[in-house]
Design a binder for this molecule. Structure first.
Ligand code: NAD
Ligand code: UDP
Length: 343
């Protein structure tokens, strides 16, 4: 690789990223739907730095232009403001299909739209993949396991989802999206990859994302009460975003085409997690217990044996290290914004 140093203008930090220069036959045309969102924008950074031509397709529902603004002037980068529920024609080699709100308050804001995004959006991407013979990766979710009766969750577990509950627009949307992926593979020979992502956190989470990591950090940094839903005995296992991006990349570029869990098995109760965030932020916040949310899964932890075996992948960033980076990111967001009241 010949490296070119591209000094990139951004409104947030004097970011300088190195982009490789690839020969024409090695440079891929890659579409990232949802590329202006939290995970998508980090994935875009990796693909751009590898020297590929990257097109971000996003309707900016939960994504933000500033997450990718540092690439606006790069010749390999394109941003298309478009809704995945509408068909689109593009010449591409690979699709990372992330477009879908991921935080419970956001995907429950307009459940019908969430279902359309997962179903019509995935159909549109699969139709495009079939037409141009592109490989397509779906970011599915640990939510397809619902409130699991098996712990930890491995890929052969079929899940326990309430079909008509408040989370079903997301959970069932992703379940049918997975079904579509394998129907297109079997019927139309589309090359597919499916990542089942467990709770992921890091810089560029929207301050009003509403998920637990950003809520607790923003609350703790402002010495406001940390809001634990229910008794806080429910568990989650948290992965840092760079590990997820490496896992998605390994999955797309490997041969294995069944669903693969990507997550960090480090499991916390939400009560303990609130204490941990308080400790790392050196905060005096109280912990306030609020009403439990409906159908909140009681436990969640990935079995990542398959990812280790077929991708040679395992998380590298500890929760402590990831939280430290995320805390300093949100501190800088707060320094700029003044006060933030999380959703
Ligand atoms: P996010 O909300 O930050 O990003 C989603 C992106 O998709 C946003 O940029 C949004 O504007 C865009 N989008 C939403 N609906 C769209 C539509 N109809 N058309 C075009 N663009 C649309 O969420 P994220 O955390 O970055 O999640 C990315 C993907 O990973 C999602 O598919 C999500 O289901 C999956 N996932 C994430 C996690 C996690 O913990 N972050 C866990 C499991 C699965
Ligand atoms: N949660 C909480 N306080 C918050 C936000 C979330 O106690 O301010 C809990 C939520 O009830 C769930 C866990 O934290 O049990 C993870 O929630 P999140 O929305 O981050 O992701 P989920 O895994 O539920 O999709």
């Amino acid at each position: 690789h010949i490296l070119s140093r591209q000094s990139l203008p951004t409104d947030r930090s004097p970011l300088v990223m190195e982009t490789a220069v690839l020969s024409d036959h090695r440079r891929k045309k890659i579409l990232v739907t949802g590329g202006a969102g939290f995970v998508g924008s980090h994935l875009v950074d990796k693909l751009m730095m590898e020297g590929h031509e990257v097109t971000v397709l996003d309707n900016l529902f939960t994504g933000q232009k500033k997450n990718v603004a540092h690439w606006f002037h790069h010749p390999n980068f394109n941003l298309v403001i478009h809704d995945v529920t509408e068909p689109i024609h593009l010449e591409i080699d690979e699709i990372y299909h992330l477009a879908c709100p991921a935080s419970p308050p956001h995907y429950q804001f307009n459940p019908v739209k969430t279902i359309k995004t997962s179903t019509m959006g995935t159909l549109n991407m699969l139709g495009l993949a079939r037409r141009v013979r592109a490989k397509v990766l779906l970011t599915s979710t640990s939510e397809i396991y619902g409130d699991p009766q098996v712990h930890p969750q491995s890929e052969d577990y079929w899940g326990n989802v309430n079909i008509i509950g408040p989370r079903s627009c997301y959970d069932e949307g992703k379940r049918v999206a997975e079904t579509m992926m394998y129907s297109y593979k079997n019927q139309n020979k589309v090359e597919v990859r499916v990542a089942r992502i467990f709770n992921t956190f890091g810089p560029r989470m929207h301050p009003n994302d509403g998920r637990v990591v950003s809520n607790f950090i923003i609350q703790a940094l402002q010495n406001k009460p940390l809001t634990v839903y229910g008794k806080g005995e429910q568990t989650r296992s948290f992965q840092y975003v760079s590990d997820l991006v490496d896992g998605l990349h390994a999955l797309m570029n490997g041969d294995y085409d069944g669903p693969v869990n990507l997550g960090n098995p480090d499991e916390f109760t939400m009560k303990d997690f609130a204490e941990y965030v308080k400790k790392l932020t050196k905060s005096d916040s109280e912990i306030r217990f609020l009403e439990k949310t409906e159908d909140d899964p009681s436990k969640r932890k990935p079995d990542i044996s398959l990812a280790k075996e077929v991708l040679g992948w395992a998380p590298k960033v500890s929760v402590e290290m990831g939280l430290t980076k995320t805390i300093s990111y949100f501190q800088s967001v707060l320094d700029e914004a003044g006060e933030i009241i999380p959703t």
